[in-house]
Design a protein around this ligand. Structure first.
Ligand code: PRP
Ligand code: URA
Length: 209
């Protein structure tokens, strides 16, 4: 069964509401995306494997827990994905990073790829794909299809907001990829925007319009 996790932690929900408000400034919005990304990242990484390492505390030796295996690779869907990437890197400073440049054609709502750069050894790493908005899901589906060509060990997808239509489309295309989000909103409008939503995530993070 495809997995959908809505991270309903009170801090995430409060910050998401602040982001939705139209009067929230670019500075505040960017900071909030970063903070929520860190909190989402905390939930998403809950099951990372551990191993023990022999260490010396100031008092004695012990077998202490450390992360096992190759470091995670975070792949940001440009450009709004970079807002989430910053918060994820606050949490996991040594994660590897890839970028996929996609924009939605405003008429057809289909994604157009303009950039792709990921670590060469991505086939040996778990991957977390980040993009604030899962609207039609065309961008996320295309990004994950492209990333699967590199055969990572497992893939997860994280966003701030999803539309029910987008979740269905994404799960149909990639039933093996769990989705994490802070909320699933009501619907898409005729222009493919999430309602009630938070507007254009890229514009709100970077102050463009
Ligand atoms: C936004 C968003 C997603 C996409 C979601 O990006 O960041 O990538 O739309 O829509 P979809 O699920 O219908 O594909 P946009 O194309 O506006 O580009 P930007 O990140 O450069 O602003
Ligand atoms: N992209 C956004 O930035 N916002 C939406 O609501 C839909 C797609």
């Amino acid at each position: 069964m495809p997995e959908l996790t809505v991270v309903d932690h009170p801090l995430v929900q409060h910050k998401l509401t602040l982001m939705r408000r139209q009067e929230t400034s670019t500075t505040e919005f960017r900071q909030l995306v970063r903070e929520v990304a860190l909190l989402l990242g905390y939930e998403i990484t809950r099951n990372l494997p551990l191993q023990t390492s022999r260490i010396h505390t100031p008092l004695e030796e012990m077998d202490a827990s450390v992360l096992a295996g190759k470091k995670l690779c975070i792949i940001s869907i440009l450009r709004a994905g970079n807002g989430l990437l910053d918060g994820m890197l606050d949490l996991m400073p040594s994660a590897r990073v890839g970028h996929i440049g996609l924009y939605r054609d405003p008429k057809t709502l289909t994604p157009v790829e303009y950039y792709y750069k990921v670590p060469g050894d991505i086939g040996e790493r778990p991957v977390l794909v980040v993009d604030p908005m899962l609207a039609t899901a065309n961008s996320a589906v295309a990004a994950v299809t492209r990333i699967k060509e590199n055969r990572p060990t497992d893939i997860k997808f994280a966003c701030l907001l999803a539309a029910p239509e987008g979740v269905r489309t994404f799960h149909a295309a990639h039933p093996d990829v769990p989705v994490f989000t802070a909320a699933v909103d009501r619907e898409l409008n005729d222009h493919g925007y999430i309602l009630p939503g938070l507007g254009d995530a890229g514009d709100r993070i970077y102050g463009t319009r």
